[in-house]
Write a protein that binds this ligand. Structure first.
Ligand code: ACO
Length: 358
């Protein structure tokens, strides 16, 4: 028995493959490096959904998502007053849960389009600003940053955001995608499946790591503190955020894509240099202290630096991850609905056995 289901194959998929030994991520026939920075988010969503959904090609997906962002906006406006006191990811959970299972908009389009609309509205609300309505003519990446900032977005920021969204769009049977497929397999529908996925993403061992990565960099503060800080953290039994992965035994290829993006954004050079020093220190100490397990940099380390350079508020990092991952979740739900059986594993009972009545 494998407690974490490490080597269990629980689904067949045409969507993506994580080759942990080679440090390779294939998204529907393409290495992630071929897509990130080269194809739009809409083109990659169309690629993932092809054969499972009606919209065919980048242009059709772009226009369907644009119209659906406009349709989702009133939900954000209506629910913002009820999200007071919630963390952004909790407010996102609330809004996603309010989407209808059946509407004129296909559910995979609605959930994908709603994500940037909701996250931008929640982030602005936390800064005391009213939500900005979507522009149906833009792509998801640009419209998200525009709705968030309430101003036009420089092309290099659009490009960085788009590259980030594509880099994280799908990643095999990770915890949130598995959660989505389990719920989809009961035929509960797209919205419920994506809410389940978001709930799994929220945890710090999955999509909740980038905020804590920046907290760690801030806390370390200066080069001379790197070694003692990391040593103390490991002595306390803590995990270093942004390092380690269940599947990758070598470097996570997404970390390299995002490192290049972070390096290409002006203004944060000192921060990135310092992050590289912390990364080197962490890899060194992990290799010494956890020698039995290769622990390398994962996607979340450089995600943190890209999102920080884009001036996104730290507490929105996990919701922003969901803006990228949602097209992958939706594709897995569509695939599960078209091919899958109910997912129902068994547990081994190790509790007390009832005494037989005499
Ligand atoms: N820092 C320190 N030690 C670690 C780390 C880490 N980041 N990751 C794993 N380890 C250690 C564990 O403590 C354990 O050591 P032990 O054998 O001495 O007890 C050993 O490595 C094996 O750990 P597992 O729990 O079996 O590893 P698992 O495959 O379950 O963990 C995970 C994968 C959750 C990503 C883990 O590496 C981790 O917690 N990393 C930090 C959080 C993080 O960066 N999450 C984002 C992941 S990427 C994503 O989901 C989008």
């Amino acid at each position: 028995m494998s407690v974490g289901l490490d080597d269990v194959i629980a689904a067949e998929t045409v969507l993506s493959h994580v080759d942990g030994e080679a440090g390779r991520l294939i998204v529907r026939g393409h290495d992630v490096e071929e897509l990130a920075g080269r194809r739009s988010y809409e083109a990659v969503a169309a690629l993932l959904w092809s054969g499972f959904a009606e919209e065919d090609g980048e242009a059709a997906v772009r226009s369907a998502l644009g119209a659906a962002r406009v349709a989702a906006f009133p939900v954000a406006e209506r629910l913002l007053p009820f999200s007071d006191g919630l963390a952004p990811v909790e407010a996102l959970r609330l809004m996603l849960g309010a989407l209808p299972d059946a509407s004129e908009v296909p559910a995979h389009i609605l959930v994908t389009a709603a994500m940037p609309v909701f996250v931008a509205a929640i982030a602005r609300d936390r800064q005391g600003a009213s939500p900005v309505a979507p522009d149906a003519g833009l792509g998801q990446a640009e419209d998200f940053l525009r709705m968030l900032r309430g101003a036009a977005v420089p092309p290099e920021h659009v490009k960085a955001m788009e590259t980030y969204l594509v880099t994280v769009v799908d990643h095999g049977l990770n915890a949130s995608t598995f959660a989505a497929r389990v719920v989809a397999a009961t035929r509960a529908g797209m919205v419920s499946s994506v809410v389940a996925a978001l709930c799994a993403l929220k945890g710090p061992l999955h999509g909740g790591a980038p905020g804590p990565v920046l907290d760690m960099l801030d806390d370390i503060g200066a080069e001379r503190n790197i070694e003692p800080w990391l040593t103390d953290a490991l002595d306390r039994g803590e995990r270093l955020m942004g390092f380690g992965h269940r599947v990758y035994r070598v470097r996570d290829p997404r970390a390299d894509v995002l490192k290049a993006v972070a390096n290409g954004l002006r203004g944060g050079e000192n921060r990135i240099r310092f992050a590289e020093e912390v990364e080197a220190g962490a890899l060194d100490i992990l290799a010494r202290r956890k020698a039995s397990r290769p622990l390398k940099t994962n996607v979340e380390f450089y995600t943190a630096l890209v999102l920080e350079a884009l001036e996104l508020p730290r507490e929105t990092f996990t919701p922003v991850f969901a803006i990228g991952r949602v097209a992958g979740w939706a594709a897995h739900v569509l695939e599960q609905e078209s091919t899958g059986r109910l997912i129902r594993p068994q547990s081994r009972y190790v509790g007390p056995v009832p005494r037989r009545a005499a």
